[in-house]
Write a protein that binds this ligand. Structure first.
Ligand code: TXA
Ligand code: MG
Length: 319
């Protein structure tokens, strides 16, 4: 039996299978099996009222999960699927509360990774999959990250190499009066706006669905992480070194001081490459037993919005 067939058989049996997507690795299970879904929440240590994204083999599966699908959803799917876009749509009544967190909407996406697509086609159904990390920790972008985080909790990890995008999909809510981006991703508002005819607004409204990615403390290393203007990095690092601390710096340029307790990693000046490396870098810097991870604040620019969002949450979550 091929590894994909074995993975599909495990999904049918209600087991957990981790698989690569273009964004991050997902922890997948049969989205139509509530007992299987319960295993995801247990393995991740995730609160049960947080909804999961259902991954589909192609857009023809939309109708099985969503109701009252607006025409624009089909246009976005045609433009961006398979790809790093999750659509929030009104759910069909048959969709389990375990998936939706009891809300009347469901998150759907077709991931763009050959192994994910082979698995979804062979399974021929919806696969519920959060990022394959423990709740609140750094999302995995390699199979090794998944094994480190989840170990025996997962029956099989499909290894598809490092994820191409590196941070989670853009979440676009189409269930309300106007489209809204609930979580920024590398597919940006301008590209979505070209299909919609207007650039969508950011953030939920008061009655909007819950998004765990919207919690302040998220995607966090264990080492305190601080964002600072590039011009301040040297002074902040110097103070920490004077106090006897070990400091890791992630910045495009050297912080201006050399010290045996200071580690500098070069940050890419291209937002796509920065996103691609971000989570692996944070994991690496988190493993160095430093007292502080100092990160140069990214430019205030639309192309950096998703990266800036993850860094801000990593800083909030590490305190
Ligand atoms: O790139 C991704 O989206 C990755 C890969 C594996 O596909 N998945 C991912 O899943 O990031 P997760 O569970 O870590 O984050 C999904 C986010 C959560 O913040 C969840 O609250 C939100 O999607 N979400 C899911 N269904 C929703 C719904 N019906 N309404 C609002 N938010 C929803
Ligand atoms: Mg996640």
């Amino acid at each position: 039996m091929s590894e994909i067939s074995r993975a599909a058989a495990l999904l049918r049996a209600g087991e957990l299978v981790a698989f690569p997507t273009e964004t991050v690795y997902g922890l997948g299970t049969d989205a139509a099996n509530p007992q299987a879904i319960a295993k995801i929440f247990a393995a991740k240590g995730r609160p049960a009222d947080h909804p999961l994204i259902v991954h589909l083999p192609d857009a023809s599966h939309l109708e099985r999960w969503a109701a009252d699908i607006p025409e624009v959803a089909h246009r976005l799917a045609a433009a961006f699927w398979p790809g790093p876009l999750t659509l929030i749509l009104k759910r069909r009544p048959s969709v389990s509360d375990a998936i939706t967190g009891g809300q009347d909407t469901v998150g759907l996406r077709v991931p763009n990774h050959p192994l994910a697509l082979q698995l979804l086609r062979e399974f021929d159904g919806g696969v519920a999959a959060p990022s394959a990390n423990r709740f609140g920790r750094i999302s995995p972008t390699t199979a090794a990250h998944v094994r480190e985080d989840l170990g025996d909790a997962v029956a099989l990890v499909l290894d598809g190499g490092p994820c191409a995008v590196g941070i989670e999909s853009t979440i676009l809510d189409l269930s309300g009066a106007a489209p809204r981006i609930l979580r920024p991703g590398m597919l940006d508002a301008l590209a979505i706006g070209r299909v919609l005819g207007a650039v969508p607004a950011f953030g939920g409204t008061a009655d909007a669905p819950r998004v765990s990615g919207s919690l302040e403390a998220h995607y966090a290393p264990r080492t305190p992480l601080q964002l600072a203007a590039a011009t301040d990095l040297g002074a902040i690092a110097a103070r920490a070194l004077d106090a006897g601390q070990r400091v890791a710096v992630l910045a495009p340029h050297a912080p201006g001081i050399a010290h045996e307790r200071l580690v500098w990693r070069v940050a890419d000046i291209d937002p796509e490459r920065f996103a691609h490396d971000l989570y692996a870098r944070l994991r690496e810097l988190d493993s160095l037993s430093c007292n502080l991870i100092l990160v140069a604040a990214p430019p205030d620019d639309e192309a950096w919005r998703a990266v800036a969002d993850r860094l801000r949450r990593a800083a909030a979550g590490s305190k």
